[in-house]
Design a protein around this ligand. Sequence first.
Ligand code: CP
Ligand code: NVA
Length: 261
Amino acid sequence: MAMIFAKPSMRTRVSFETGFNLLGGHAVYLGPDDIQMGKREETRDVARVLSGYNDVIMARLFAHQDILDLAKYATVPVINGLTDYNHPCQIMADALTIIEHIGQLEGTKVVYVGDGNNIVHSWLLLASIVPFHFVCACPKGFEPDQETVKKAQQTGVSKIEIIHDPKEAVRGADVVYSDVWASMGQKEEAAYRRQVFQGFQVDEELMKVAGPKAYFMHCLPAERGVEVTDGVIEAPNSIVFPQAENRMHAQNAIMLHVLGV
Ligand code: CP
Ligand code: NVA
């Protein structure tokens, strides 16, 4: 497997590399300075060359169009390891974690608090297939992509709400989910975002409003003291570490599926 990383990573890199090794495969890490897809060489050339050496390609990229192009020109399966638009492997691991802790995803209330980013888009895509109640509480102007929300709502599979009041959002939640306010590629906006996102920190008070059955989840890496308090991450109902471990188990299933094993 060729693993192309245009952005940094701990979980995605290590879980794919270790996971593929456990399945009997061998993974090659290609960091931001290695192949420089789109800069040193065109994506369509990279796709065909790597397809000649590998049975599968996994890529973490900036523009979503780049992974679509990679998949279009590759002759082997391409797995999305995160783009600016979505993060499907993360949401597969999250679903597995919810099933392990609650018993099922169907019918649960999952409340995401923060930026309407790539993680939210993957939740919306999942909500188009599996019925649950998904709420995204974000500041005005930081909503997820309108087209993606509309499409997910039009499927009628899940109840989907995009609102701006975290307290109202989390009432009766089975899961409260958080992510960084400034994603990779937005770090120069971090100071500004910290101001705009005031009131969207998941703290002990917000978890109290959610109620005693609510689990806390975060895709990690987390900025403790920013989008979430240290106390919430370390609390007994925080399942962020089983969630991180599940990246590997979910992805192993994805790899077996795409390889037709
Ligand atoms: N959650 C996640 O994708 O982590 P990394 O950025 O460390 O891979
Ligand atoms: N929204 C975050 C997720 C990191 C796993 C980012 O894109 O940086």
